[in-house]
Design a protein around this ligand. Structure first.
Ligand code: PMT
Length: 406
């Protein structure tokens, strides 16, 4: 999977830089085209001569070549690469990346990078565990970077703990898996609904629910990373998208979400309906703010919203796949199965508010995937990113003809 891939290998000032020579060689042996960018501190640990001998390319370190003034374009490198890998990444470089402190060629290259970025931290265990390092790593994740977690073991400080750069062979495997996954949903179009809907009552109030959009956005990123073209139809949320293959369409009400879903579904291979759509909306919208009525009761008349999942289930062609979600509080499996049948879905992803850490708002979820034959697959509590990957794995296996049940 690495054959012909263009990799910018960023090397920073850590003792683990000695492993970068092996990493470089392992990438090249797999057929990758490697361009090294090294920080000034990185050169204290490994020489550019070693690296340029391995890559057959001059190593980039400064903005200009001192003797002839040649300018090294970080912008061109950002456009050239299929991936950037920063290994080893020190706490200082991670901090600069997190805060955009562009004081060396490696950081400017990172800031110009159009391709996915992988970061393999390497440092002493206390530096790694420090809240500022952990916060910066979280920031990098939130920008869409891939963190290759440090391993535990014997450190240069003679201490033992977490902070070692992951082994070069494992890093190469991670890159290979990433590029292999990118092909899985290539040329597939997937529509995803996410977040809550707002059903307006008057100019200052609405009916809604607690959905944050995290689950739906994680699904969109997971599909895009596997090469799909994603249309993400989202209710009002604070989430951000990172992948260029995602087209985001913001809506507010169930009616708007319904219109957009119907517009895009006919061209899609898959629909994933993760939004927590309000089942009802106020019958009348009050043009001006409703006033308190001297302590009297207020009756609100609600009318049903369109059921997006059921409408797409009716339109679904045999070659299309439709995945719904069921958020339940009791009688979970039976309720979820009923929804799957009623809405003509291929799978329903059950999450229950009875499970701690599952459902709305948090960063984790616990799901069961149920197929149209009633087969179920239970998953443990995981990050919403990992849950999204499990769901997308089931979908891509089906699309690639690899399984017939959940
Ligand atoms: O956004 P997060 O904070 O990360 O939370 C994630 C989540 C809990 C919202 C998500 O995991 C989830 O369960 N989404 C579905 C919530 C829901 O509304 O479930 P439901 O059982 O009411 O609906 C069943 C299915 O029909 C869902 O696929 C829903 O999108 C769809 N539906 C429901 C009503 C409607 N009018 N139109 C629909 O398409």
């Amino acid at each position: 999977m690495l054959n012909g891939k263009k990799i910018v290998l960023g090397i920073t000032g850590s003792i683990a830089a000695y492993k970068a020579a092996y990493l470089c060689r392992a990438l090249i042996k797999k057929g990758a085209d490697v361009q090294v960018v090294i920080t000034p501190a990185g050169k204290e640990f490994i020489t550019p001569v070693t690296l340029s001998a391995l890559t057959h390319k001059p190593v980039v370190s400064e903005f200009f070549t001192a003797n002839d003034g040649t300018w090294h374009s970080h912008v061109d490198l950002g456009l050239w690469a299929d991936a950037m890998l920063i290994a080893p990444a020190t706490a200082a470089t991670i901090g600069k990346m997190a805060h955009g402190i562009a004081d060396n060629m490696l950081i400017t290259t990172y800031l110009s990078m159009k391709a996915p970025v992988f970061v393999a931290p390497a440092m002493d265990l206390d530096m790694y565990a420090h809240p500022s390092t952990q916060h910066n790593l979280e920031l990098l994740k939130s920008y869409g970077n891939h963190i290759i977690e440090s391993a535990s073991g014997f450190l240069a400080s003679q201490l033992e703990g977490k902070g070692r750069m992951e082994e070069p062979d494992t890093i190469v495997e991670i890159l290979e898996r990433f590029f292999a996954a990118q092909q899985q949903l290539a040329k597939k179009k997937i529509i995803i609904t996410a977040g809550p809907t707002y059903e307006k009552l008057d100019p200052v109030r609405y009916i809604s629910n607690y959905s944050s959009g995290k689950m739906g956005f994680a699904l969109a990123e997971a599909c895009a990373e596997r090469g799909a073209e994603v249309i993400l139809i989202s209710g009002p949320v604070q989430q951000k998208i990172h992948h260029p293959n995602i087209q985001r369409i913001d809506v507010e009400s169930a009616d708007e979400m319904y219109r957009e879903a119907l517009r895009f579904f006919p061209e899609a291979n898959v629909g994933i309906l993760c939004a927590a759509v309000a089942d009802y909306k106020p019958e009348h919208y009050a043009g001006s703010k409703l006033k308190r009525q001297n302590g009297e009761k207020m009756n609100l008349s609600l009318v049903p919203n369109p059921d997006i999942a059921a409408a797409l289930g009716k339109l679904k062609k045999p070659e299309q796949l439709l995945v719904g979600f069921a958020l339940e509080t009791d009688n979970e499996f039976v309720n979820a199965q009923e929804k799957l049948k009623k809405k003509n879905l291929d799978w329903i992803v059950l999450n229950s508010l009875k499970d701690e850490g599952a459902g709305f708002q948090g960063d984790t979820n616990k799901i069961t995937i149920i197929d149209a034959n009633g087969n179920r697959k239970d998953f443990s509590l995981k990050s919403k990113k990992a849950v999204a990957e499990d769901i997308v794995e089931v979908i891509s296996e089906k699309l690639n003809g690899e399984n017939d049940h959940a």
